[in-house]
Design a protein around this ligand. Structure first.
Ligand SMILES: Cc1cc2nc3c(=O)[nH]c(=O)nc-3n(C[C@H](O)[C@H](O)[C@H](O)COP(=O)(O)OP(=O)(O)OC[C@H]3O[C@@H](n4cnc5c(N)ncnc54)[C@H](O)[C@@H]3O)c2cc1C
Length: 245
């Protein structure tokens, strides 16, 4: 079994977000990047499925050379090898196209993504890969079991569960529950240094979107604390200031 896991290089969750170039670009200066947390779940599941020589796990990232520490982290967690499509991803269509083109040349049984990247939060790449490759795509999955031919996937839906059965190749975007995220150990970190990391040129593709501008949310207003015994004052403020009653 050959599994391709898509890895996004995202800012650490504690990053203070700022923009450059007239608010058209994210300011990456001084930012610590990490493996997208949902991709760690996808990767951990792939490693579990391939345990005991049952298969191999390749991680793929669309990004420039600055993403290599993140790719090495994925190798340290347990991927067998890695591919970096050398470019700056400008939108989800571009990213999915590059991954699909690579997958067309290299035969994978399944492609696992995270449910969304925690930076641009598009939740689009997995479905687009499915479209480009003309294979089924299942989004926001919670459980996956496979015997190598038939795969059973569980999704959470409003008020219940959806069980999906698939045969053949597919792409799925993984959410919490699919696997326990693995932490790299010292052996993994050492071996990651020498695991293969291929750098592949990006394919020509037209961009379908461009950023007009980014903006951060309006800061929240200050908090007014009202003594518990002063309910009358609270009602008055809700009526006259907040105008909600
Ligand atoms: C208008 C626009 C402008 C952008 N400009 C820049 C830019 O200047 N520089 C920059 O670095 N990024 C830029 N990005 C972000 C970059 O294009 C994203 O990698 C891409 O859009 C996917 O993000 P998403 O939120 O749609 O991914 P989602 O669809 O939310 O991601 C789902 C999953 O897809 C996979 N995935 C996502 N991105 C990648 C990737 N790059 N490589 C491998 N797998 C991946 C992961 O498994 C991830 O969990 C831009 C995005 C947009 C929409």
């Amino acid at each position: 079994m050959k599994i391709l896991v898509c890895i996004s290089n995202v800012p650490d969750t504690t990053t203070k977000i700022t923009f450059t170039n007239e608010n058209k670009e994210f300011n990456a200066s001084g930012v610590q990047f990490i493996v997208n947390p949902y991709d760690e779940i996808a990767l951990s599941k792939a490693i579990d499925l391939c345990e005991g020589g049952k298969g191999t796990v390749t991680v793929i990232n669309v990004g420039d050379s600055s993403t290599e520490p993140t790719i090495r982290k994925a190798l340290a967690i347990g991927a067998d090898d890695a591919v970096r499509i050398d470019s700056t991803p400008r939108d989800a269509y571009f990213t999915a196209f590059q991954i699909a083109e690579y997958a067309k040349q290299n035969d994978f049984n399944m492609i696992l993504c995270g449910r969304e990247s925690i930076d641009y939060n598009g939740a689009q790449v997995a479905a687009m890969i499915g479209e480009f490759l003309e294979i089924p795509s299942v989004s926001i999955i919670k459980k996956l079991d496979t015997d190598g031919t038939t795969t059973t996937i569980e999704r959470e839906i409003e008020g219940g569960k959806e069980i999906v059965s698939l045969t053949g190749k597919f792409v799925a975007s993984c959410a919490e529950g699919v696997a326990e995220a693995k932490i790299p150990n010292m052996r993994g970190i050492m071996s990651a240094r020498t695991k293969p990391l291929a750098v592949v040129a990006a394919q020509e593709v037209k961009l379908l979107s461009k950023v007009i501008s980014f903006e951060t949310p309006t800061p929240r207003g200050t908090v007014k604390l009202i003594e518990a015994e002063n309910a009358e004052n609270l009602i008055n403020l809700l009526h006259t200031e907040a105008k909600v009653i």
